[in-house]
Design a protein around this ligand. Structure first.
Ligand code: ADP
Ligand code: F6P
Length: 325
């Protein structure tokens, strides 16, 4: 293989630039040329190709977002569109592609591989919701951002003896909410993976902890709860205030969670994954996803990966419940 492409797709995540940098540097090390495809699969269709040289990725390892830009491209689910993308890549001399994104992007990579463009996927999403890997690029930075934001909220709720109900990103998954909830010392954590009852798990808990002297409360709620059950943090806040007499506010943290300079962990894992992806292409592999098992970087078949289901860490959840009494 003499020339490969790299793209970022779906929601951006801190560390994607570090992964792109590692892809380019490793490819150059292996004497391969690299073409950056801007705006994900949309750019593959619109032939938004930029050649990269060794120094083309200077000064990006520490930047959040993705310098290659990203997009969602719904028409990529159509076979003729994927075939066109393969044709465009081949016309540009691209013989293999590294795709950095979430599981939606992996489906696109699988289709491209099946239609003749070997692809290696790298898990890049703040949500950490991808099956078959313990870690996705962006998760750690996002957790640190949530923790910093909620620490600020804590200053003000502590001063007013209030409760704050915080909506955290994560699409349909609660990994960000659970981990951040522990890090900020939340009184209650509501995630879609664990059955919940607002009266029992939130309101009773606030009353119980208030009776032992606690006077400010943080309730962390995954956005997946609103997406699936339609219940908003504003509604939860109103209910808490009505039933506990604790003055309560709510906040949706939103996209601020997705920005910012990647943490050390994200830079290192992104670099390892980018490096591994290029070696896989160089060895003639296709339709694989780079994954992390424990602290080990390895790879997995994309089809199998897409068929697995990821479960929440019940021990971590139980730990959160027991230490927030
Ligand atoms: P993420 O990659 O973060 O999960 P999305 O689910 O939005 O984000 O997927 C990103 C892109 O991947 C989509 O806009 C689309 O171009 C492509 N994609 C998603 N699902 C499929 C699918 N079933 N088949 C082919 N391509 C897909
Ligand atoms: O997948 C990353 C993510 O930030 C999710 O946590 C969130 O649900 C979604 O993307 C938001 O997408 P958009 O940027 O299109 O609003």
């Amino acid at each position: 293989m003499k020339k490969i492409g790299v793209l970022t797709s779906g929601g951006d995540a801190p560390g994607m630039n570090a992964a792109v940098r590692a892809v380019i540097r490793t490819a150059r090390y292996l004497d391969m040329e690299v073409v950056g495809v801007q705006y994900g699969y949309k750019g593959l269709l619109e032939e938004k190709f930029v050649p990269y040289d060794m120094r083309g990725v200077c000064d990006i390892i520490h930047r959040g977002g993705t310098k290659l830009y990203t997009a969602r491209c719904p028409e990529f689910k159509k076979e003729e569109v994927v075939r066109q993308a393969v044709q465009n890549a081949k016309a540009a001399g691209i013989e293999g592609l590294v795709v950095i994104g979430g599981d939606g992007s992996f489906r696109g990579a699988r289709d491209l591989s099946n239609f003749g463009l070997p692809c290696i996927a790298i898990p890049g999403t703040i949500d950490n919701d991808i099956v078959c890997t313990d870690y996705t690029i962006g998760f750690d930075t996002c957790l640190n951002t949530i923790q910093a934001l909620v620490d600020r909220l804590r200053d003000t709720i502590e001063s007013h003896s209030r409760c704050m109900v915080v909506e955290v990103m994560g699409a349909r998954a609660g990994y960000l909410t659970l981990n951040a909830g522990i890090a900020v010392g939340a009184t209650a954590i509501v995630i879609p993976e664990i059955p919940y009852d607002i009266d029992k798990n939130v309101i009773e808990k606030i009353k119980r902890t208030a009776a032992t002297g606690k006077h400010h409360f943080i309730v962390m709620v995954a956005e997946g709860v609103r997406m699936r059950d339609g219940i908003t943090v504003e509604e939860i806040a109103k209910k808490i205030e009505a039933e506990t007499a604790v003055e309560t506010r709510s906040i949706v943290l939103g996209h601020i969670q997705r920005g910012g300079s990647p943490s050390v962990r994200d830079r290192v894992v992104a670099s390892q994954m980018g490096h591994k992806a290029v070696h896989l292409l160089h060895e003639g592999e296709s339709n694989r996803v780079v994954v992390m098992h424990g602290e080990t970087i390895t790879d997995h078949d994309i089809n199998e990966a897409l068929d697995m289901s990821k479960t929440i860490d019940k021990d971590l959840y139980n730990c959160a419940m027991e230490i927030s009494l």
